[in-house]
Design a protein around this ligand. Structure first.
Ligand code: GLA
Length: 706
């Protein structure tokens, strides 16, 4: 758990495999002594003595600061920046006190959780700036058996007002090393493409300024000595936040590395009245001695069990069919009934009516905000349609885009001030829509009532919660001039509030997140939406790369992945049905097809894939994930927790592959290849596959009783 040694003024977070060790210096500064391999008593003593020797003297850039401010002898990018009433920006916080408590305290917004108080404990370090009487509380919650640390910072203003210009959630100074970063940049329809690069002497900012994160995910991994899947140290940090974030990597001349993770300070400032409190989002930190693969699996386990929540966390997820690529905006009641009939034949469980069911939405030009049935398309209303679909033994769900408002909508005509806008400036439209001001409580009250009405009337089982444009117009008439710099964060916290209210009101409702595909896929939104539409790009080959990149910090069960039509609607590339199915089966599988446009043979083939997925989905959901061969000729596998079952996903051209995660001393039967092989041999010599281009397979491996 958390061991405090008052003599050395150290705090040791000791997990099963890792240790995080911090100390209070003689000058009352918090410093990082070690983050890595678990320390036994002897190693702990050595680390502390070595640190004691360097921590003397005035603060400088040679000190491994744990949460450095601006002012004093450290001009590296700080963990926080405060503007004071007298115009100065320097701060000097000093350790005051601490407390260690079992469990994990609750804060507004998304956060990981405990199921009982024994599984984690929390250290609160209270720091004070004697000149301004501001208080900084650093919270560290540690899950020893999971080797997961979560961090956040809380600033409480002193007796005079000031401005908060930056507050990170976590800051870490790593010792000198040959560091490489792994990050996940991308764009719309090509989200989370793996990017690995040596850390240079430079300040690198991985960030989002858009309120969406197609272009960068709030995650970074750092490896020492080159990125490797299986060996070496890897540190991972991921922010549980879906708005504007920044991750800074600042390589020092002596190869030390500062990492900062938190809210983006771009176009951000927060007015702090006397006594006001500001809480940063939560950052999840993990270390692994087994390379990036070990790090990903540690994070996956945590996300599956302590970020995702509610009845859908562990339950088998329904196989859904989504109407979007089948009908786009063009459908009538009878079309969706027909889609449902087809879905039933294919073995799907849930019918999702995507965009176009409300207002007068015949294109993306209108009606966002008017969340009432379009009786022209659906004369029996959504409730009537839902009733018919339920009577067929299927579940039913709808698409919403709660954070948006169309200028051509009843809602906008009634409340033009509900759209975000910079005073006196024209709103920049995107997809013909504006952003609704989620910072206003009355907007959220209105939306929860409207959405609840439809959920109740249609007895919805599922909602797809979309968000299709960036926040370019972060201004609001609801807030005074000096608070306009708070808008992006207030918008995000308001959105979380609405997500939480919906979750509380309808705990059984399955909500799938989406943001123009995978533009908002992070640990924040996963607290409310246990699965996310991973990308609007459903092309199987592109999806391999997207799902591969996403897997560095996201468990595959959280990634919505559907079999779609060929040629693909987005890339126009033709791919075999089996390839499309196998790619989707390696994640949260669904269907994006019009059954009526399938031949009898294709229908039978899709139905067989659905049945296959239902047989193996528990391993995809709960198993450990191993990346085996890099895209484009990729392979990955899932291994059940007891190692008795494994699934190998292989995408050609691929001659052979070596497996991972099996029990080396057991034998495994690979029925499809009519082979029984020792686990050790499968992991060393590997399996010959001989898969040609566009060929793919999902092999089940079963351990034989020993
Ligand atoms: C976004 C989503 C799609 C679909 C459309 C509907 O682009 O990512 O899946 O729901 O909106 O307009």
């Amino acid at each position: 758990m958390i061991h405090h040694d008052p003599k050395c003024r150290s705090f040791h977070f000791k997990g099963a495999e890792s240790s995080y060790l911090i100390g209070v210096s003689e000058g009352l500064d918090i410093q990082l002594i070690h983050w890595g391999k678990a320390l036994d008593d002897a190693a702990l003593g050595e680390k502390i003595s070595a640190w004691m020797a360097v921590q003397a003297g005035p603060l400088s850039e040679s000190h491994p600061r744990e949460f450095s401010g601006f002012g004093g002898g450290d001009l590296r990018s700080p963990a926080f920046l405060l503007a004071h009433a007298d115009g100065s920006r320097a701060s000097q916080f000093q350790y005051q006190s601490h407390e260690i408590k079992p469990g994990k305290p609750g804060f507004p917004g998304p956060q990981s959780y405990v199921e009982n108080e024994t599984e984690a404990s929390t250290l609160r370090l209270a720091l004070k700036d004697p000149l301004t009487s501001q208080q900084l509380d650093l919270f560290y919650s540690f899950y020893p058996s999971r080797d997961i640390l979560t961090r956040r910072a809380v600033l409480t203003q002193g007796s005079s007002a000031g401005r908060l210009l930056r507050l990170m959630s976590a800051s870490v100074d790593l010792p000198a090393g040959d560091y490489f970063s792994t990050s996940l940049p991308g764009d719309w329809a090509r989200e989370r493409r793996l990017q690995q690069a040596p850390v240079q002497q430079a300040l690198l900012r991985l960030e989002s300024r858009r309120g969406q994160a197609h272009r960068m995910s709030p995650f970074v991994a750092v490896s020492d000595g080159g990125p490797d899947e299986k060996k070496g140290q890897a540190w991972g940090l991921s922010l549980a936040y879906s708005g504007n974030f920044v991750i800074e990597l600042e390589g020092q001349p002596d190869r030390r590395l500062r990492l900062n993770v938190g809210l983006n300070d771009f176009d951000f400032q927060w007015q702090m009245e006397a006594g006001e409190r500001f809480v940063s989002p939560e950052c999840v930190l993990a270390w692994s001695g087994q390379g990036l693969g070990g790090l990903s699996r540690r994070l996956h386990r945590f996300v599956r069990s302590r970020i995702c929540r509610g009845p859908w966390r562990d339950a088998p997820r329904p196989v859904l069919i989504n109407s979007w690529e089948a009908h786009y905006f063009d459908f009538k009641h009878a079309d969706i009934v027909k889609l449902a009939e087809g879905a039933r034949e294919l073995g799907a469980d849930l019918v999702v009516l995507d965009d176009g069911w409300f207002g007068r939405r015949d294109s993306d030009n209108s009606s966002l905000g008017d969340w009432v049935d379009d009786l022209r398309k659906l004369p029996k209303g959504v409730a009537g349609l839902s009733q018919e679909i339920h009577a067929m033994g299927l579940k039913f769900g709808l698409w919403f885009e709660p954070e948006m408002i169309s200028p051509d909508s009843e809602l906008y005509r009634a409340h033009p001030d509900w759209a975000l806008a910079v005073k006196g400036r024209a709103v920049v439209p995107s997809r013909n829509q504006y952003v609704i001001d989620m910072s206003r409580p009355e907007v959220r009250d209105h939306l929860i009532e409207l959405m609840s009405r439809t959920v109740e009337a249609a007895r919805l089982d599922y909602i797809k919660w979309d968000m299709n444009r960036p926040l370019w117009d972060a201004g609001s008439t609801a807030w005074p001039a000096e608070r306009q710099g708070e808008l992006c964060h207030r918008f995000m916290m308001g959105t979380y509030d609405l997500m939480e209210r919906l979750q509380k009101r309808f705990p059984a409702l399955l909500v799938e997140g989406c943001a123009g595909g995978g533009g908002r896929f992070d640990y924040g939104v996963l607290c409310y939406h246990p699965q996310i539409w991973a990308s609007d790009n459903t092309d199987a080959l592109d999806r391999i790369a997207i799902q591969w990149g996403s897997s560095y910090f996201l468990p595959p069960i959280t990634m919505g992945a559907h079999i779609s039509e060929s040629p693909n609607h987005f890339t126009r590339r033709a791919t075999p049905l089996s390839l499309r199915a196998h790619v989707a089966m390696g994640a949260n599988f669904g269907i994006e097809l019009a059954p009526a446009r399938l031949s009898a043979q294709e229908k039978a083939e899709v139905a067989a894939h659905v049945a296959h997925y239902k047989k193996i989905r528990h391993v995809v959901h709960e198993g450990e994930f191993y990346r085996l061969a890099r895209p484009p000729h990729a392979a990955w596998c899932f291994v059940s927790q007891d190692q008795k079952e494994a699934l190998l996903f292989a995408f050609g051209p691929l001659a052979s592959v070596t497996l991972d995660g099996l029990n080396g001393s057991w034998k495994y039967r690979v029925e499809a290849l009519n082979q029984t092989r020792a686990g050790a041999s499968l992991m060393q010599e590997g399996l010959k596959l001989g898969l040609g281009d566009m060929r793919s397979a999902v092999y089940s491996l079963e351990a034989e009783p020993v």
